[in-house]
Design a protein around this ligand. Structure first.
Ligand SMILES: [Zn+2]
Length: 104
């Protein structure tokens, strides 16, 4: 069964779902073109996270997708590489200083 939780991001309800497998993206021929640890759909307000990698990677992915939601809600237009760096550094800082405890 897929773990699911409703989270509040800037007053909007997002559904957070955890999956055991990497997310697959298929091309028009039905062939898998790309894999991802997570994604954020701004229209359906769904955040999907693969949680079978390390807890640190899962936390990084979760922060990354939450940042995507914030970026969209506030129309910030943060370039993807910068958004990725922010989530990675934020995760590292929180973990390194034991400010969060991972329970995924
Ligand atoms: Zn991304």
């Amino acid at each position: 069964m897929t773990q699911q939780k409703i989270i509040n991001i800037l007053g909007k309800k997002y559904t957070l779902k955890f999956y055991k497998n990497l997310l697959e993206y298929k091309n028009e021929n039905g062939l898998v073109e790309e894999f991802a640890f997570g994604d954020c759909n701004h229209i359906s307000k769904l955040i999907r996270i693969c949680n079978t990698v390390s807890k640190e990677e899962t936390a990084d992915t979760l922060f990354h997708e939450i940042l995507h939601a914030i970026d969209d809600e506030l129309n910030l237009k943060i370039p993807h590489n910068k958004l990725h760096n922010i989530s990675t550094v934020l995760t590292d800082t929180l973990l390194r200083n034991k400010l969060i405890k991972i329970k995924i």
